[in-house]
Design a binder for this molecule. Structure first.
Ligand SMILES: C[S@@+](CC[C@H](N)C(=O)[O-])C[C@H]1O[C@@H](n2cnc3c(N)ncnc32)[C@H](O)[C@@H]1O
Length: 271
């Protein structure tokens, strides 16, 4: 079946009213393909019938939203970038403050947030704060439990694995030192007001699902949420095309900095 544009608009309006999530801000081809395959799997005839299934209760709606999200992640994803965070980015951020306020936006089941917590605790221990947020409640519940598969830890250096993880069934569980830094909460990057005063915002492999105008608006909101001198970390296939226009400076690929008053960024010559 191929619903008309009006039918999609009607479905999105119901969804926005009931969940707050604006599906019109996602890339349409990809999104509609996924919704239609769910619709068929649930035996619905059309979008109206599908809504009667997924819009019935908050629990059904949550199931649908969880299915929509693609949660692929792992600890130390793109290890060379984490090495730059450890050696260059964090020391620079610590010139502003002794307690970093960090945000993993679109954190999925918490791999990125746990990676940062391990790096901070081993190398720069202190009262840092790491918030992970996502629209997917099931992924957040796993993040809070700190449970990971064997594959999730494949890039994790042994010094981190030995200190911060213990065996749990066929996988691994994060130990308390990491949990002290971490808070996980539900949040919609396309609808919510953001907190501010962040030293580091990581938003990686999330905006690939969003339309270009939605991405642009999001990066402007991230810029406003950063402290002067704060840093934005994006995914290894992503670029902020309007970085300069927004006000970011760039030096290391995939890191964007909000300039300190009257200063340019300083990591370039660090080693
Ligand atoms: C591929 S995962 C990225 C995980 C992690 N950042 C990484 O790079 O390994 C994408 C995550 O974005 C989340 N997401 C999608 N739309 C979102 C939205 N509007 N607000 C918050 N999170 C969203 C999904 O639920 C999913 O967990």
């Amino acid at each position: 079946m191929s619903p008309s544009a009006e039918q999609w608009t009607g479905f999105y309006a119901l969804m926005k009213r009931k969940s707050g999530l604006d599906l019109a801000l996602y890339k349409q081809d990809q999104l509609q393909r996924r919704i239609l395959s769910m619709l068929e799997a649930r035996g619905a005839r059309d979008l109206e019938g599908f809504w009667r299934i997924v819009g019935r209760t908050q629990k059904d709606l949550q199931w649908f939203m969880d299915k929509l999200a693609i949660n692929v992640s792992e600890l130390f994803r793109n290890p060379e970038k984490w090495s730059e965070i450890e050696r260059l980015v964090i020391p620079d951020l610590l010139k502003n403050t002794t307690r970093l306020k960090c945000w993993s936006a679109g954190c999925s089941y918490g791999a990125e947030a746990h990676t940062l917590a391990a790096i901070l605790d081993l190398n720069y221990p202190g009262g840092h704060q790491i918030i992970g947020s996502d629209i997917d409640q099931t992924a957040l519940d796993q993040a809070k439990a700190g449970e990971f598969s064997e594959a999730d830890l494949r890039f994790m250096p042994d010094r981190y694995k030995q200190k911060y993880f213990e065996r749990s069934g066929k996988g691994w569980r994060a130990l308390p030192p990491l949990k002290n830094y971490l808070t996980f909460q539900r949040g919609d990057l396309l609808g919510d007001e953001f907190d501010s005063g962040f030293d580091l915002i990581m938003c990686r492999n999330v905006v690939i699902y969003f339309t270009d105008p939605a991405k642009e608006e999001l990066y402007r909101k991230f810029y406003a949420a950063l402290k002067p001198g704060g840093c934005m970390f994006v995914g290894s296939t992503e670029r902020i095309f309007s970085a300069k226009e927004i006000g970011f400076t760039t030096t290391i690929p995939f890191f964007y900095q909000k300039p300190r008053e009257g200063k340019t960024q300083q990591w370039r010559n660090a080693s």
